[in-house]
Design a protein around this ligand. Structure first.
Ligand code: HEC
Length: 147
């Protein structure tokens, strides 16, 4: 290989490397503004991330719920179908019965997803546009106290 070509190759590689480096720094420093075009989290992702990072403690328990408000909200919104203590709808009719309380304690991400986004096929409504985030936390905390 002739010398000129070798120097040229090194120059090109070095420039390319520098560009990659600058690009990587730019990407780590700029965080997209929530809700902006650069913020590519879907509504679902954002809600689930919020649950994991802000609502649950390390044992999967809901933090900061107002249980009194949660009870009232549950009574108004959920009791008509799920029953006063959450045991009217059995989510596992083929095996060990599973009710809202058990789901809320053992599978809060499932509970939270269903509460926010519903499940059309199973006629569970989506509440993300009906109930505020704060109220959802109250409901989720209260649901963890149900049998
Ligand atoms: C109009 C009736 C109705 C109302 C009101 C309702 N649900 Fe449901 N919900 C259902 C039905 C039906 C299912 C699906 C049951 C099944 O498939 O076994 C369901 C499923 C769920 C599930 C899924 C559980 C799982 O693990 O699969 C959760 C969690 C839930 N509801 C929570 C709530 C909460 C909390 C409220 C009040 C904010 C509420 N629901 C209000 C009818 C309702």
């Amino acid at each position: 290989m002739n010398h000129k070509f070798r120097f040229f190759s090194i120059f090109v590689l070095a420039t390319y490397g520098l560009m990659l480096g600058v690009n990587a720094i730019a990407q780590t420093e700029e965080k997209p503004v929530p809700g902006s075009e650069a913020d590519t989290l879907t509504r679902e992702d954002a809600r689930m991330a919020y649950l994991v990072y802000k609502v649950l403690d390390k044992n999967g328990k809901v933090k900061g719920a107002n249980l009194e408000k949660g009870a009232k909200l549950f009574y108004q919104n959920c009791r008509p179908c799920h029953g006063e203590d959450g045991r009217r709808v059995n989510f596992n009719p083929m095996g060990t019965p599973a009710f809202i309380g058990q789901r809320a304690r053992e599978e809060m991400p499932t509970f939270w997803y269903q509460l926010n986004f519903g499940d059309e096929e199973r006629s569970m409504e989506a509440y993300i546009d009906e109930i505020s985030l704060e109220e959802m936390i109250d409901i989720a905390g209260y649901a963890q106290t149900l049998p």
